[in-house]
Design a protein around this ligand. Structure first.
Ligand SMILES: NC(=O)c1ccc[n+]([C@@H]2O[C@H](COP(=O)([O-])OP(=O)(O)OC[C@H]3O[C@@H](n4cnc5c(N)ncnc54)[C@H](O)[C@@H]3O)[C@@H](O)[C@H]2O)c1
Length: 325
């Protein structure tokens, strides 16, 4: 039996995806970015750590990717640099991993007859909504080096489909949240500051709206996408079809935690004006019509699960709530 390869498996979404795939009976190969601490990222303490084949390495290395993809049926490529603020500081590194890394995986997939590459993309490739909700025909506008690198990855995968017949699916996933997410992302930023001793919470722009998806729903959607037999379409929006402003989100989290603090707009956290993506709300009708998938976890339920997870972590791990890109 060939394996399902998940790259970025030590990360937030990747670790949940590995666990869900194992629960669904798949044989999983989990790529964790090489580090000298022998740390397995979020799989370190997973009860499924011994139920998958764990490989350490780096998708920027073509030789490594060739070996990695032997005896692999499908690839979920989640490995990426993801922080938008850090993409202003180190854009080249984003293209090395998010674009060249995908080129390496495409070439290796052809060499090793991998059946399908599922490339994890992002709603950030659309830029600010020109109409809403956003369907797959919406224009793409790369407002940050991060989104440019992710759109480049899509273009590389698509070219390998058209030129060499590599089977690909591109999942444009809208914002995802839940346990294990970095405290640099908006929901952990709000929760961790609410649970900390500070009397105020500092965030960036309050007006942008986002379509927020609980991590188990995003992972189920990726698995549904991999299982679906689709002949024509290649790009799929995955999201809830609802959106909320950052201000209303912060207020909702305050209500759910029963902790009220003053919200301060912190200039350091605001994106350059033309780089800020103002509104993102998914139109998931295409994906729904092809897979029957509908999200199962409401925003409130997902936030409660996330708050509970961070509450236990903050007690034991003492998260740093200072701003750090
Ligand atoms: N979090 C979201 O809201 C969201 C939304 C849409 C799409 N995505 C995409 O989902 C994927 C996973 O994001 P996440 O939020 O779990 O972030 P994450 O940072 O937790 O996971 C990314 C993982 O990729 C690994 N990685 C980075 N460079 C690598 C390299 N050169 N070789 C091998 N591994 C490498 C990192 O170690 C990390 O574990 C990314 O592709 C991201 O673009 C995330």
């Amino acid at each position: 039996m060939k394996s399902i390869l998940v790259t970025g498996a030590g990360g937030f979404i990747g670790s949940h995806l590995v666990e869900q795939l194992i629960e669904n009976g798949f044989k999983v190969k989990a790529l964790i970015e090489y580090n000298s601490f022998n740390h397995h990222g979020w799989l370190e303490k997973s009860k499924y750590k011994n139920d998958c084949e764990i490989i350490f390495g780096d998708i920027r290395d073509k030789y490594f990717c060739t070996n990695l993809t032997k005896n692999v049926e499908k690839i979920f490529n989640l490995a990426a640099l993801i922080s938008i603020p850090y993409s202003y500081v180190s854009p080249n590194s984003y293209f090395q991993t998010n674009a060249i890394g995908v080129l390496n995986l495409c070439e290796a997939s052809l060499e090793n007859n991998v059946d399908e590459l599922i490339q994890m993309s992002t709603s950030e490739v659309y830029g600010s909504a020109q109409y809403s909700p956003i369907d797959e025909n919406h224009p793409t506008v790369t407002q940050s080096p991060y989104s440019a690198s992710k759109l480049s990855a899509e273009a590389i995968a698509n070219s390998f489909n058209l030129s060499f017949g590599l089977n690909i699916k591109i999942a444009r996933v809208f914002n995802t949240f839940g346990p294990r997410q970095s405290t640099r992302a908006i929901i952990p930023v709000i929760i961790s500051q609410l649970l900390s001793k500070s009397d105020k919470i500092k965030i960036g722009s309050l007006d942008p709206t986002r379509d927020l998806n609980y991590v188990s729903d995003s992972c189920s959607a990726l698995i549904a996408l991999a299982n679906a037999k689709i002949n024509k379409e290649k790009i799929f929006n995955i999201g809830s079809n609802k959106s909320i402003s950052i201000k209303n989100l912060a207020e909702k989290i305050m209500e759910l935690t029963n902790i009220k603090k003053e919200i301060i707009t912190d200039k350091k956290r605001i994106r350059p004006i033309n780089s800020e993506v103002n509104n993102l709300q998914c139109d998931n009708n295409l994906f729904k019509s092809l897979t029957n998938f509908t999200p199962q976890v409401s925003l409130s339920d997902g936030l409660l699960k996330t708050i509970n997870w961070f509450s236990s972590k903050i007690k034991y791990d003492n998260f740093d709530t200072n701003y750090n890109i």
